[in-house]
Write a protein that binds this ligand. Structure first.
Ligand code: GUN
Ligand code: ZN
Length: 446
């Protein structure tokens, strides 16, 4: 038998668990037992009726098990693979211009305010709390060019217990808005300072990500040297690609020697197995092959693509090339900070493609569920640690009550677990998310 001290270190839940695997977009485990050890890892997933045997084997008291009610379930935490924390201040506004005008008119003037750490603290606290409450257990953030405010975003994510990649934005050219850019050497020096300072703080769940904004706002020299920084420190890289037709055209003009937008990044060594590129609406089959070969992934941001009239990403085509793909809110090009919205807009975009072509095979809702969880973890190369309820992974999870009082969902008799999940994905909101766990720690209620 195990010692009693081990017993106090276990958390055990009994009820319905839903998640995805590589083979199955939706796996439903009814009346399951899931144990979380003191380090926040899933130590077992067993059958509820075998409680006596399991409790003896793992050394916990059967009466200490937390029992879910029938309208509740656990699902893996949502993974936002692309979100601009700094742009949260104007989320829900300013969606009336195409990308390049939108950046110059609304985005760069707001981002330039983040030299003010009090403003940064206000917005970054809001965005971390809001995304956590909406079930985002992992967020891949763009901050701004300001190192100290970017470090503050890392500190706030750590304080509230969110798993996060945080990027100090790099841009050494930028058309019109000359006061929101850096000198090349300054951008490199500040990136090094950002990385070493963030690593020095030893936040267990917060890591730096090398962040050249996009090819339009970065010189060749900057991109080449940032790729070196990422390689030397084994870091993630994030940027934007092929979001809007005018942007694609401008990149072709800026880099006439390159065959494609993807070729620009490849030539600058930015396409690695830890690279995540947002959008990709206009990538050719050739370009998607390069993504597959390099192991780089895409962040699909459908709210942003619709809101800025950028384009419709054909997710089915991306998946057929075996390119890793996750979902992103892209706040504030996307107006919603909720990944449930990203799931719904992913569905809408897929259905819009079917309106254009009746033979088109839309994504199933189960596939959109996988993209928002396991798909995102894979896109961020974190699926060894997160993404589903495989034993040994960290317990990143949402406790959902589909029938939450004052919530937006009405259940009727005999609604089974599959219907509960489908209703939650399509109709639910933060009122249905009772608890959020990241690496076994309860981070919601805040
Ligand atoms: N491309 C370069 N920067 C940005 C940004 O901030 N938002 C979006 N949607 N696209 C970009
Ligand atoms: Zn973006």
């Amino acid at each position: 038998a195990c010692s009693s001290s081990a017993a106090t270190n276990f958390k055990v839940f009994r009820g319905t668990f839903v998640h995805s695997t590589q083979e199955d977009a939706l796996v439903i485990l009814e009346d399951a037992l899931l144990g979380v050890d003191s380090t926040g890892k899933i130590s077992f997933v067993e059958k509820g009726p075998e409680l006596e045997k399991v409790s003896a084997k793992f050394g916990f008291n059967p009466s200490a098990v937390t029992q879910l009610s029938p309208q509740e379930f656990f699902m893996p935490g949502l993974v936002d693979t692309h979100i601009h924390a700094a742009q949260y201040s104007f989320a829900g506004t300013a969606l009336d211009l195409p990308l390049l005008d939108w950046l110059q008119t609304y985005t760069f003037p707001v981002e330039s305010r983040y030299s003010d750490l009090e403003f940064a603290r206000e917005v970054y606290t809001h965005v971390v709390k809001r995304t956590l409450r909406n079930g985002t257990t992992t967020a891949c953030y763009f901050a701004t060019i300001h190192t100290d405010a970017s470090l503050l975003l890392g500190e706030i994510a750590n304080d509230f217990g969110q798993r996060a990649l945080v990027g100090k934005v790099c841009m050494d050219r930028n058309g019109l808005h000359e006061h929101y850019k850096e000198e090349t050497q300054e951008s490199l020096d500040e990136t090094s300072r950002f990385i070493s300072e963030l690593i020095k703080r030893k936040y267990p769940l917060v890591k730096p990500v090398v962040t050249p904004r996009f090819a339009v706002s970065c010189t060749s020299e900057l991109m080449l040297k940032l790729a070196e920084v990422a390689r030397n420190n084994n870091l993630h890289i994030q940027s934007h690609i092929s979001e809007n037709k005018d942007e694609v055209k401008l990149v072709q003009e800026l880099f006439p020697e390159s065959e494609s937008y993807t070729d620009v990044y490849r030539k600058h060594n930015l396409l690695t197995s830890k690279t995540i590129m947002a959008h990709g609406c206009y990538l050719s089959d050739e370009e998607l092959k390069i993504f597959h070969q390099t192991g780089s992934s895409l962040a699909h941001c459908p709210n942003s693509n619709l809101s800025l009239c950028s384009g419709l990403l054909d997710v089915r085509k991306v998946l057929s090339h075996k390119v890793k793909l996750g979902l992103g809110t892209d706040v504030a090009g996307g107006y919603s900070p909720s990944m449930l919205d990203a799931v719904r807009r992913t569905r809408d975009t897929s259905k819009a493609l079917k309106i254009q072509d009746p033979a088109y095979q839309t994504l199933t809702w189960e596939e959109t569920f996988r993209l928002a969880t396991l798909g995102g973890s894979q896109a961020l190369s974190m699926d060894d640690q997160t993404g589903n309820f495989a034993v040994g992974k960290d317990f990143d999870a949402l406790r959902v009550n589909v029938a939450a009082p004052d919530g937006p969902i009405d259940l009727v008799q005999n609604d089974g677990p599959k219907v509960l999940l489908e209703k939650f994905l399509n109709l639910g909101d933060d009122r249905n998310i009772l608890e959020v766990y990241v690496a076994g720690r309860k981070v919601v209620p805040l």
